[in-house]
Design a protein around this ligand. Structure first.
Ligand SMILES: [Zn+2]
Length: 360
């Protein structure tokens, strides 16, 4: 296997070519061929319809159906295991059809729908519950925002995906989900807690608060499945936490000059919001000055309190910091820095920040 991955060998487009099936048409990601099972030819497009994304086939006449490996095995009269081995031997010949590795992402309404149902099926274990309680989160907050432990048991993971599919939800285009080697839907395993990233009262994506630090750089990563078959890449979404009754357009078109809190990392943003009545913006902990500037301008902020977590302090260079300050101060926006040291200090800071907001 040189230069190719296993999915290219078992791709239905390669299987058709290895079997020399006669192609009659191609529409989007569907290929049509004459059906080798019933040999019926009359229909214009051919009866055998092959889905190059799901790697499945079905004959509209004789109802023969299955996966790409089934097709190869059935026509060669060999077992699936032997079919798999034989397919791995020859260099794949792929047609110029959309061969989707990473899916286009679903819109925010659909992601919100899937993630909420997905989180409903996850539990919060005792260790993670205690960890959240030590961060001063109330039970109500934990429940409302659906903080959950990530289920990593492979059998249970597949079952959860099947349940979602039974509810007629599609998992392609949802970051974190992908199809495994048996073309069954699954999701990425991580040890940690799901932290929903909210924007406009919808879950945009899931951030993960890891139990153990990841390569010493951070304890937070995205729930993402790029580079997985039929997987989807998460974006670097910002999060805006505010009263749910507050209209989103009003926040963005605010006439009132506001003091806003920007927190590097979602869990820190949730902590600050849980402790105060203020609007808090969460950004992933790699500071992106364009993202910050964009939010600040749209919200018409007069002052920004940039609240940093310890990972940002440790790993973001002075250059990036000064860049953020420069950019904001050029817009005549005052910038105040705070650093999250302990839960107590976060609590004290929020009280002070709220005072600041009221006098602004
Ligand atoms: Zn047929």
């Amino acid at each position: 296997m040189q230069g190719y991955n296993v999915y290219e060998y078992v791709n239905i487009s390669n299987v058709i070519n290895q079997l020399h099936l006669k192609k009659t048409n191609q529409i989007g990601y569907y290929i049509y061929t004459l059906c080798p099972f019933c040999q019926r030819e009359k229909e214009k497009n051919g009866y055998l319809k092959l889905n190059t994304i799901n790697n499945t086939y079905i004959c509209k006449n004789c109802q023969e159906s299955g996966s790409s490996i089934d097709l190869y095995a059935n026509l060669k009269y060999i077992s699936k295991k032997d079919a798999f081995k034989m397919l791995l031997k020859d260099t794949p010949v792929l047609d110029n059809v959309p061969y989707v590795f990473n899916n286009p992402i679903k819109d925010e309404w659909y992601r919100d729908l899937v993630y909420r149902k997905f989180l409903d099926m996850q539990n919060l274990n005792k260790v993670h519950y205690n960890k959240l309680k030590n961060m001063n989160f109330t039970d109500e907050y934990i429940r409302n925002y659906q903080f959950k432990s990530i289920e990593n048991n492979n059998y249970k993971k597949r079952k959860i995906c099947m349940e979602l599919q039974k509810q007629e939800l599609r998992l392609d285009g949802i970051p974190g989900f992908y199809q495994d080697t048996n073309f069954k839907w699954n999701y990425k395993s991580h040890k940690g807690i799901f932290i929903p990233v909210i924007l406009n009262n919808k879950i945009q994506g899931l951030r993960i608060l890891l139990d153990n630090e990841y390569r010493l750089e951070t304890e937070n990563i995205w729930f993402s499945s790029n580079n997985e078959y039929n997987g989807t890449k998460a974006y670097n979404w910002p999060m805006i936490l505010t009263e749910t009754t507050r209209n989103w357009l009003d926040i963005y078109n605010s006439k009132q000059k506001e003091v806003i809190i920007i927190a590097t990392e979602m869990i820190l943003a949730h902590k600050l919001f849980n402790n105060s009545n203020m609007t808090v913006i969460g950004i992933p902990n790699n500071i992106d000055k364009d993202l910050i500037l964009n939010i600040v301008k749209r919200m018409n902020a007069s002052e920004v309190i940039l609240y940093l977590d310890k990972y940002t302090i440790l790993h973001t260079s002075n250059y990036v910091f000064s860049n953020v300050i420069d950019v904001l101060e050029k817009q005549n926006i005052r910038v105040d820095f705070r650093v999250a040291v302990s839960e107590k200090n976060i609590e004290m800071d929020t009280i002070e920040m709220e005072k600041q907001r009221k006098t602004a």
